[in-house]
Design a protein around this ligand. Structure first.
Ligand SMILES: [Zn+2]
Length: 372
């Protein structure tokens, strides 16, 4: 999207975005009111049940020949993709502007979307499903009913493109300035040689155009994941089967623990991805993909610099661990790094030269008491 289109969207986003989906702990119950209030342009159906018997739904919209499959929350505690997807629905339903852009997408694509593929994990706020299975590593074994449902739909639809939506941890940063990786992307590999196949070029081209759009609003905060081949990962296998798969990871921005910005980023990434596929899919932009900087792991919630530990000077790096406590999501501080962190960045950077600790356990106790 060009600057003008992005501005129109940003200026109107607060007015049209899906309401009451602001919490990170997002369950099937939370989205039910939206599912039942969608207009007739959105075709809702049940496609199966989770291990614990919760519904898995599919929403189809658009009338075009290009088939798109997207799913969110295959990791139950990664809700930003779901929130971005509902913003996309609201954009088509509630916002009157950018009619041409919308028509281009709806005439060209049919979009099959599965919000909350892992509703049991969403309720429990876990990455895994109720059997303890990571659905993103179950593509070959298919031990989880959720994995089988996704692959049945995949074989039914035989999509031209898939979007696999996730959240990434705060630790991910973007080289060279170690900004937060507010959004990251991956065009998964199909083999250990990381071959640049025809299909991968198409996936990379979509990501390149999404990157161009998002750089307008979050410059320097978009990263690219390592394309090391994971033999049991969903994206790698779907890509290998010939279904071009775009991995989207929503991340942190400074002070934004509700991930409002990466929710907007996810919505814009989906919209731009669909626009590119609809009107520019013939254009090969895969080379631009390699200009997106790598994701690194050099961002923390808090750094306390220059503390004393057994007589030596070092730094403390703290990450918040997300936990459900009496049904409410809390962020608990935990020591993640205890070393010189000169090349790390953080939300909060404090000076600790008056602090002296006897051992690592003392540091952990102090961090919990101080930042809780
Ligand atoms: Zn994930």
């Amino acid at each position: 999207m060009n600057e003008k289109e992005v501005h129109i969207i940003i200026d109107n986003y607060e007015a049209f975005r899906a309401e009451n989906l602001d919490e990170r702990h997002l369950t099937l119950e939370d989205v039910k009111p939206y599912l039942s209030s969608l207009s007739r342009d959105f075709n809702l159906s049940k496609i199966g049940q989770s291990f614990e018997g919760r519904d898995i739904n599919k929403i189809v919209f658009g009338n075009g020949p290009v088939r798109i499959l997207l799913w969110t929350q295959m990791h139950g505690n990664e809700s930003t993709g779901t929130r971005g997807l509902f913003d996309l629905f609201s954009f088509f339903e509630k916002f009157d502007g950018l009619r041409t852009l919308k028509d281009q997408i709806l005439d060209r694509c049919t979009i099959h979307s599965i919000p909350i593929l892992n509703p049991d994990g969403a309720l429990a706020y876990t990455r895994v499903n109720a059997q303890g299975i990571d659905l993103n590593r179950d593509v070959i074994d298919k031990k989880a009913p959720e994995s089988r449902i996704l692959q049945d739909i995949l074989q039914q639809i035989k999509p031209d493109y898939c979007f696999n939506l996730h959240d990434q941890r705060t630790i991910f940063s973007v080289a060279p300035d170690n900004n937060t990786a507010t959004m990251s992307f991956l065009a998964p590999s199909v083999d250990v040689q990381r071959s640049i196949t025809k299909g991968r070029k198409k996936t990379m081209s979509v990501i390149s155009s999404i990157n161009k759009t998002l750089q307008q609003i979050m410059p320097g905060r978009i990263g690219r994941y390592t394309d090391e081949f994971y033999p049991t990962a969903t994206g790698d296998n779907f890509q290998k089967m010939g279904f071009n798969t775009i991995l989207i990871e929503a991340g942190h921005s400074k002070g934004d623990y509700l991930r409002k910005e990466s929710r907007l980023g996810t919505f814009l990434a989906l919209l731009e991805g669909l626009r590119f596929i609809s009107v520019e899919s013939g254009s090969d932009q895969h080379q631009d993909y390699f200009n997106i900087p790598n994701n690194e792991k050099k961002y923390l919630d808090i750094i306390v610099r220059n503390i004393g530990l057994q007589g030596n000077q070092t730094d403390i790096g703290i990450l918040f661990i997300e936990k459900l406590k009496e049904g409410k999501l809390v962020f608990e501080p935990s020591v993640n790094q205890l070393k010189n962190l000169a090349d790390f960045n953080a939300d909060k950077i404090l000076e600790g030269k008056d602090l002296e600790f006897n051992d690592e356990k003392d540091v952990e106790i102090w961090a919990k008491n101080t930042f809780n």
